[in-house]
Design a protein around this ligand. Structure first.
Ligand SMILES: [Zn+2]
Ligand SMILES: [Zn+2]
Length: 349
């Protein structure tokens, strides 16, 4: 099937359709995922380039181009749109990431669930932290990126979703509501998470965490405490030296390298290829794991499947809790589960 360039009229027709349906319905109708880069900036509004080019193709050539049919990726779509005189740019105010909202929501919570004005020093501090956090890479930040006005506005958006709010509704997103909900349900934990993020950013221990689009879409992970704390959790449990020490200490005590949740033993199942393999899960919750060293006692031996299942959605079960789920599913009593025998390090009699 031929792919041809698209006309300005058809692009305008598509933008109209986009407006009528709203971004979310438009994108899901045509099977495009939301993107944060390469937006068409038209009459004060923003539209996703690839989706618009793909749908405009339907008007010009009778067939919608799917997201994976642009041979040159998004650049291909951008070329077509630019040729017809459209301006492509970065969003004026990219979507707020969960980590950013945690920092903002904490300011609102500490202000009695009221928004804070841009002149307030707490907003200056919030704006500075948002720059340090760097939820978006520098090339995607405009001059106004997370400035005091934007930060103050966000605190008012969040406050307007509080159940006791009496004022006029404001523009906020779904994620604003979710983070507010997390703060209302688990105030101490979320406040602690905010404090850890602030401290980590100031000390430089937590690195900036630009959203990676692929990772964002694929990461099947639930961490209400945000991305930077989750990344630190993963870094700690992937630490090779620590993993080695943990494995050595388990073996020394006569234990087996089997999953603490389901009992899976890589060596027994895969033979030589699996010998000595097991993952470590750091059992200290994200909002508690401050600076400092990871203790071996804080690491649990866990198989890759169970590890994924633990991280999949919040709240994360402990290995023991997941074990109960596994046992329950298998319809067995704890005693009835075939347990991995400890590896005998001394010769059998
Ligand atoms: Zn397992
Ligand atoms: Zn883990």
């Amino acid at each position: 099937m031929e792919k041809g360039a698209i006309s300005r009229d058809d692009i305008l027709k598509t933008l109209q359709e986009y407006d009528d349906l709203g971004a979310e319905s438009f994108l899901s109708l045509y099977g495009f995922k939301p993107a944060r880069k390469f937006l068409i900036l038209h009459e004060g509004k923003e539209y996703e380039s690839k989706a618009v080019a793909g749908v405009a193709h339907k008007y010009s050539h009778g067939r919608t181009l799917k997201w994976d049919e642009f041979s040159g990726g998004v650049g291909h779509a951008v070329d077509w749109l630019k040729r017809e005189g459209f301006q492509i740019g970065v969003p004026r105010s990219p979507k707020w990431a969960r980590d950013e909202l945690i920092l903002a929501c904490d300011v609102v919570a500490r202000n009695g669930w009221r928004g804070v004005s841009s002149a307030d020093p707490r907003i200056g501090e919030l704006s500075d932290l948002l720059q340090l956090l760097g939820a978006y890479p520098p090339e995607q930040r405009s001059a106004e990126y997370r400035n005091r006005n934007g930060a103050a506005l966000k605190t008012h958006n969040i406050a307007s979703f509080h159940p006791d709010y009496q004022g006029k509704p404001t523009n906020g997103g779904q994620l604003d509501r979710e983070v507010l909900q997390d703060f209302l349900e688990r105030p101490a934990e979320m406040a602690q998470a905010a404090e850890l993020i602030r401290a980590g950013l100031r000390s430089g221990e937590l690195q900036p965490a630009p959203l990676n689009e692929d990772e964002d879409q694929d990461d099947d992970v639930g961490a209400p405490e945000g991305r930077v704390l989750y990344r630190r959790h993963r870094t700690r449990e992937r630490n090779k030296g620590l993993r080695k020490k943990k494995i050595a200490s388990v073996l020394k005590q006569g234990g087996a390298l089997s999953c603490e949740a389901c009992g899976f033993d890589f060596g027994k199942f895969y033979g030589e290829r699996g010998d000595g393999y097991i993952e470590c899960h750091h059992v200290v919750p994200l909002h508690e794991a401050g600076e400092g060293t990871t203790r071996l006692a804080d690491l649990a031996l866990i198989c890759s499947n169970c590890h994924r299942m633990i991280h999949r959605s919040a709240p994360w079960p402990t290995p023991a809790e997941l074990r109960l789920v596994v046992l329950d599913r298998a319809g067995m009593q704890e005693e009835g589960l075939p347990r991995q025998r400890p590896v005998a390090r001394t010769a059998d009699k």
